[in-house]
Design a protein around this ligand. Structure first.
Ligand SMILES: [Ca+2]
Ligand SMILES: [Ca+2]
Length: 416
């Protein structure tokens, strides 16, 4: 009995010791593991083939140890030999942390991931043109890509004036959309008063009264309109006291205020076939289907409702345009045209719509040419149409239409 008890205690002690030793052993392994920074998989030359700033695609970098030096800067402005990737540190599963040299000469936290297909995917923590990139080992000359990113403007302003007598109408210029914001921007214009009268505001785009203005309800102290402005368009207004106060109580002050937030669409301007922007095949292209006020309105066949692109094929093939995503309040209508010596064929290339519904807001679909096409340049017309009841100007507390801030996306592919 005593022996049995002793042996039980003995085994318990051994068991606990084993657990302690095994834990200790594991901890020691973790603690003693050398912090090996294995960068062998990414040594050597890399070519940039895709990014959200295509101007610099084609750039070449050579990785030696934990640094990537610029070998071929192209038009990027970086010096040959500049350390573009610094302090590369291997993490798990082919992920590397490092510092990326920006065009402003500062280094930014960034991450690269080596994929199984031997491509490096780079994402840079700071947002902006070129912060998503794809690099490969073998350079294949990139197709032309006319995406030119820019920094859209953001600004606001206001001024004060007064109605000096009953029914006075004041007219004034308010603000212009910067010509350099090729994709236009969201304009918000308000009139506000603390007086006992209700303000009315007529809005002019260019020299014509903007159509579709909601009159708003009376008995309000402010009135706001929000819409997309086309680049270079001047917006002006007329304001008056719609509900009068007693005539001996004038003047009454009011404030006109505005905010502006530009939209970055790197393919604009592309409103006519002459402005068509080259896009590569087999790549998802993302752009905005917004059409700004120019002269009074945004009619459905105005130039600004079109986006034109061009693709080149080097072998006989059918081509397909696939709408991959579309905001729920617009539809994009695709047609292909042949480009002949800088002119456009008068009738579209015959296509068959193979899937989906081209005229339903938010739907996706694709069209494909009926016949094999001869090599050459083809134009893709993307016509933006608004869904029924979707306003192009909203008033007061109404929400912004979805397509103002949500892009559509599409790709062009070769099909046999
Ligand atoms: Ca566009
Ligand atoms: Ca356009």
């Amino acid at each position: 009995m005593k022996t049995k008890l002793k042996s039980t205690v003995f085994f318990k002690v051994i068991f606990i010791l084993l657990i302690v030793m095994s834990c200790t052993s594991n901890d020691d392994e973790v603690n003693n593991e050398p912090q090996e920074n294995n960068l062998s998989a990414i040594q050597g030359e890399w070519y940039r083939v895709e990014s959200n700033n295509p101007v610099n695609d084609g750039m070449k970098i050579n990785v030696i140890d934990d640094a990537g030096q610029v070998v071929e800067p192209l038009q990027s402005g970086f010096a040959v030999g500049a350390i573009k990737w610094k302090d590369i540190l291997a993490q798990n599963n082919g992920v590397y942390d490092y510092l990326e040299l920006g065009s402003d000469a500062n280094y930014y936290a960034a991450e690269m991931e080596l994929n199984i297909d031997d491509t490096l995917r780079i994402s840079i923590a700071s947002s902006g043109a070129g912060n998503i990139q794809k690099w490969v080992r073998q350079y294949t000359s990139a197709e032309p890509h006319d995406c030119v990113p820019y920094d859209p403007a953001v600004f606001d302003g206001n001024f004060q004036s007064d109605w000096s007598m009953v029914n006075e109408v004041d007219a004034f210029s308010i603000m212009s959309v910067p010509s350099s914001d090729y994709g236009g921007g969201i304009v918000n214009i308000s009139v506000q008063t603390d007086s006992p009268v209700s303000p009315c505001l007529n809005l002019f785009a260019g020299s014509a009264l903007a159509t579709g203005i909601a009159t708003g309800s009376n008995q309000t102290s402010s009135r706001t309109y929000r819409f997309i402005g086309h680049p270079g368009t001047l917006f002006s207004g007329e304001t008056t006291d719609c509900d009068n106060a007693p005539s001996d109580e004038y003047p009454w002050d009011y404030t006109i205020s505005w905010t502006y937030s530009g939209i970055m669409d790197c393919y604009e301007p592309n409103d006519t076939f002459e402005q068509a922007k080259a896009i590569p095949k087999n790549q998802n292209i993302s752009a905005y289907g917004v059409a700004g006020f120019v002269e009074g309105n945004t009619g459905i066949y105005e130039d600004q409702t079109y986006d034109w692109y061009k693709v080149t094929i080097t072998e006989p093939t059918k081509i397909r345009a696939t709408l991959n995503s579309c905001p729920n309040d617009i539809h994009m209508h695709f047609r292909f045209f042949k480009n002949t010596n800088g002119n456009i064929s008068s009738i579209p290339v015959n296509t068959v719509q193979i899937s989906g519904e081209a005229h339903a807001p938010g739907s996706t679909y694709y069209i494909e040419t009926n016949n094999v096409l001869e090599p050459g340049t083809y134009l893709l017309e993307a016509h933006r149409l608004r869904g029924a009841g979707v306003p192009d100007i909203v008033a007061d507390g109404e929400g912004n239409p979805e397509h103002w801030t949500t892009p559509y996306s599409f790709s062009v592919t070769q099909e046999q």
